[in-house]
Ligand binder design. Structure first.
Ligand SMILES: [Mg+2]
Length: 265
């Protein structure tokens, strides 16, 4: 049976607005193996689950969510058990790291940068000195340069993890290890959690450069919905494999998946 890896923002909702066909799509995929995966490290999975249930996605539990913050914590724990870290980022990242490592602003093994508040002159100074003087490795939860959101009905662009980590890279001349899409780690952890391999999976996302490109590189089938960053009528970007399904909405994708016998009507 097909397993679904589903991006959330721009796929199921945009900001706090439910996208067309999202609940029906969820009813179809929820009968089988599925995981919601996101490059957004700012919220802990418990809060993401509350948000999803609040939008009408019934029965969603935190175990069905994998954030780039969780994947980062898991990768760090595998790379160096009991690691020490200095992290710049929101609660979702801080909570994920605290379960497997310990904060150390003097002898950190890793400087971890994620989205959200936390970056300022002081934290940048601490981070770059840990890298330059202590040999700490620079790690970023996700490479997105910007994040689209909606505030009070207005579209707002927020700086993404890629933009925040760039200042650490510039100051240290080191490249960060990147965990989120399109890098393979988040997808691999998602497949491990579901107990499936790439041929069993379909990745559903709204961004060709991250969701689709990263999944295709691992041999995962891909479905694009043009309800987020990428819009109907936009021409496909050069150098990225075309998705197996290219739809204007989740309603259209659900119909296509039913027609192709991937999910039951
Ligand atoms: Mg998205």
């Amino acid at each position: 049976m097909t397993a679904f890896l589903v991006d959330m923002d721009g796929v199921l909702y945009h900001g706090d607005r439910l996208l067309p066909g999202a609940r029906e799509f969820h009813r179809h995929v929820a009968v089988g193996r599925h995981l919601f995966i996101t490059n957004n490290p700012t919220l802990p999975p418990e809060e993401v689950a509350v948000k999803l249930r609040g939008l009408g996605f019934l029965g969603v539990e935190p175990e069905q969510i994998l954030t780039s913050a969780q994947a980062t914590a898991e990768w760090l724990a595998q790379t160096k058990p009991g690691f020490r870290y200095f992290a710049v980022g929101a609660d979702g990242l801080q909570q994920a790291l605290a379960t497997v490592g310990r904060v150390d602003c003097v002898n950190a093994d890793f400087v971890v940068v994620g989205e959200g508040a936390g970056l300022d002159y002081g934290t940048l100074t601490t981070g770059i000195n840990l890298i330059l003087s202590q040999g700490a490795r620079l790690v970023a939860t996700n490479p997105d340069t910007t994040v689209d959101t909606v505030r009070d009905g207005q579209r707002v662009v927020l700086p993404g993890g890629g933009a925040l980590v760039a200042s650490f890279e510039a100051a240290t001349a080191r490249r960060a290890v990147i965990i989120g899409k399109p890098q393979p780690l988040l997808y691999r952890m998602a497949m491990d959690r579901l107990g499936v391999t790439a041929v069993d999976c379909i990745m559903v996302g709204d961004r060709p450069d991250t969701d689709i490109a990263g999944a295709a590189a691992l041999g995962i089938r891909t479905a694009l919905v043009r309800t987020g960053r990428f819009t109907p009528g936009e021409s496909w970007p050069d150098g990225i494999a075309r998705p197996d399904w290219d739809c204007e909405s989740l309603s259209e994708l659900t119909d296509a998946l039913c027609r192709d016998g991937v999910v039951m009507k």
